[in-house]
Write a protein that binds this ligand. Structure first.
Ligand code: FAD
Ligand code: EPU
Length: 338
């Protein structure tokens, strides 16, 4: 079951060439436990892998890449709505389309996000005004060190914008095997995100007659218009998180740049990092094999199949430039390995 010296280029959407010292694809709980036992015996670090759409391989991985391919999807409807249970290896978009085809609302704004179910809680995936935490019920994960199964409630997960306990206190300690979501019986469309609203208006969509499927279709169209398909141009989606800044800095930037894009976030402001990078002149720039997408400056692309070092080098240059120009610090969204 364990393969050695495996090429990871087909398994990351940045299409970075790197090798795994050990690799296993696990399709059920027994295979998962067997692979964990192997890693424990050999004292190997583990990289749990889903669709590889939010990682940057900066070199060869010295441990075990564990491709989580557990399958299974059930939907139980009752008076409160529906309980959706999905194994970690299920494709996220397929799950969303399955729910909307059953006329169940709640996940439609998250259509077309690449990757697998097991990675969705890691950064609390979000798009078009909705986050996973809005419908999240609970998850089950295997504790890597002991092999024991643990349940995590929504509170246990400490979800925040692009963040969860799995990026903090529980980092690198668990393999998520199953996620449950509760979809409400009383569905409310969420269409206030500017780009989504513009799409619905320009296509004369009757907002009174919206369905989850119609919103998923609109979200899919908006996403296709600006985000590159990794099959055509390798990328990992937004490369930086949208930064949260204090009011004083926001006020200064807003007075210098009246068209700055920012959203209120409690006492602070969330800035559109794509706007900052675009304004700094990076959109569409190419440096050797790598570059900045021409329709969305927050997306770094790898059209020349460059190395992880080329990507992280470009990211560092952009972050330094944004710091110098605006006094804002950008933090990468994808996780770097090793
Ligand atoms: P991977 O890249 O395989 O893994 C990501 C992280 O999760 C790694 O640290 C990995 O170790 C860990 N992980 C994966 N599976 C497990 C598991 N079973 N147990 C424990 N840890 C695990 N994200 C958004 O939030 N919103 C968007 O709108 C969005 N748009 C995107 C658009 C494009 C074109 C691309 C390429 C990416 C986009 N992303 C977006 C980022 C990405 O799709 C999400 O982060 C997604 O959840 C990653 O899933 P994956 O299976 O590919 O994860
Ligand atoms: N903008 C520019 N120039 C650019 C890019 C963006 O001016 O080159 C402006 C846009 O015009 C808009 C604003 O910045 O006014 C925000 O842009 P957009 O709506 O494209 O969203 P984003 O903030 O860049 C975030 C998420 C995406 C998610 C979309 C939709 C983060 C880091 N990114 O992007 O998530 O799909 O909103 O909700 O929060 C991802 O995480 O990988 C990802 C793609």
């Amino acid at each position: 079951m364990i393969r050695r010296d495996v090429d990871l280029q087909p398994f990351n959407t940045m299409a970075i060439r790197a090798r795994a010292a050990h690799y296993a694809r696990v399709g059920d709980q027994d295979e998962l436990q067997e692979a964990l036992e192997f890693a424990r015996r050999q004292r190997l670090p583990i990289l749990p892998l889903g669709g590889g759409s939010n990682i940057v391989l900066t070199g060869d991985y010295p441990g075990l890449v564990l491709h989580v391919d557990l399958q299974g999807l059930t939907v139980e409807e009752d008076s409160r709505g529906a309980l959706v249970t999905a194994a970690a290896g299920e494709n996220w978009h397929r799950l969303v389309m399955h729910t909307v085809s059953r006329k169940l609302g709640g996940l439609e704004n998250l259509a077309l996000i690449p990757g697998r179910v097991g990675a969705a809680p890691i950064q609390n995936i979000g798009a078009y005004g909705v986050e996973l935490r809005d419908t999240f019920e609970d998850l089950t994960a295997v504790h890597i060190a002991s092999g024991e199964l643990h349940d995590f409630s929504r509170a246990d997960c400490h979800f925040a914008y692009r963040d969860s306990v799995f990026k903090g206190a529980a980092r690198d300690q668990y393999i998520i095997t199953r996620v449950r979501m509760r979809l409400p019986s009383q569905w409310q469309p969420r269409v206030d995100y500017p780009a989504l609203q513009e799409y619905l208006e320009s296509h004369a969509v009757d907002v009174g007659a919206l369905t989850p499927a119609r919103i998923a279709e609109a979200v899919t169209a908006v996403r296709r218009s600006k985000l590159p398909d990794p099959q055509d141009i390798p990328n990992a989606g937004s490369f930086f998180k949208n930064p949260l800044v204090e009011d004083a800095l926001y006020q200064r930037l807003k007075s210098e740049h009246p068209d700055l894009v920012a959203y209120p976030a409690g006492e602070r402001w969330k800035l559109a990092a794509g706007w900052l990078i675009d304004r700094a002149g990076w959109r569409g720039r190419r440096i050797d094999n790598v570059g900045v997408h021409d329709r969305q400056a927050l997306v770094l692309v790898n059209p020349g199949r460059g190395t992880g070092a080329e990507i992280t080098g470009l990211a560092r240059r952009i972050a330094a430039d944004i710091h110098d120009r605006f006094g804002v610090d950008l933090e990468p969204e994808p996780r770097y390995y090793p």
